[in-house]
Design a protein around this ligand. Structure first.
Ligand code: MN3
Length: 243
């Protein structure tokens, strides 16, 4: 396949400079994605910081393998295809094609962004350590929810109630400087959809739990709390509150 994914720096900046001519959603997705391109201009499947079997029995090695190497990989592949088409359409000023790519960018770009965040949100069994004391995450949870058990209960309930495929999120609201729960349908990315900065995401597409929990989504959501990487959540909160 011809590698033509906006490798030219001036073209990349032109996409941002000229973004006012595009519908808002296209330009916001495109700008967010362009800022995370790797050196050769294409997106890559990120390596995991743990083995596929490290999350067992909460998430099986089979689920982790398929989820990361097949599902996430497909979002990356299709995102690169969409960006290549966007590059071609940008070069020729083909506004109609640019607009038609919005759905593919949102779905595959969102899928890539969401899963990249998700892998960092979980950790090997036995390594999860809930925030306590007066650290930034613990304080923020207390301020917004009262205590961590209430936060977990609220986020679990919202996530379990997602209709069809989607995600539950704990996000930082820059307008109120508080954290809150939210859900997104399909692969809609949290920040581009709601303005909240993602701290913790729970994937409730069936591919994330069906092998291990069949149709019982609540069991999966309740179990995932034992493998949350709280230091990632806290780091994202600290970074988000600086912006
Ligand atoms: Mn998934």
């Amino acid at each position: 396949m011809m590698k033509k994914v906006i490798t030219n720096p001036s073209l990349r900046s032109a996409v941002n400079l000229r973004s006012s001519i595009f519908p808002e959603e296209v330009s916001s997705h495109a700008s967010a994605l362009l800022s995370s391109l790797s050196v050769d201009g294409t997106h890559k499947l990120p390596d995991l910081k743990y083995d596929y079997d490290a999350i067992q029995p909460v998430i099986s090695a089979e689920t982790m393998t398929i989820h990361h190497s097949k599902h996430h990989n497909t979002y990356v592949t299709n995102l690169n295809v969409a960006l290549e088409k966007l590059d071609t359409a940008m070069s020729s000023g083909d506004v109609s094609t640019i607009i038609s790519l919005e759905g593919a960018l949102k779905f595959n770009g969102g899928g890539h962004v969401n899963h990249t965040l998700f892998w960092e949100n979980i950790c090997a069994v036995g390594e999860s350590s809930e925030p306590t004391g007066d650290g930034p995450l613990s304080s923020s949870i207390t301020e917004s929810f009262g205590d961590i058990e209430t936060m977990k209960k609220d986020l679990s309930a919202a996530t379990i109630a997602v209709q069809g495929s989607g995600w539950g999120w704990l996000g930082y609201n820059p307008k109120t400087a508080r954290i809150e729960c939210a859900t997104c349908a399909n692969q809609n990315p949290l920040q581009a959809t709601t303005g909240l900065i993602p701290l913790l995401g729970i994937d409730v597409w069936e591919h994330a739990y069906y092998v291990d929990y069949r149709n019982v989504r609540p069991d999966y959501v309740n179990a995932i709390w034992s493998v949350i990487n709280w230091s990632t959540v806290e780091k994202r909160l600290v970074d988000a509150s600086k912006k």
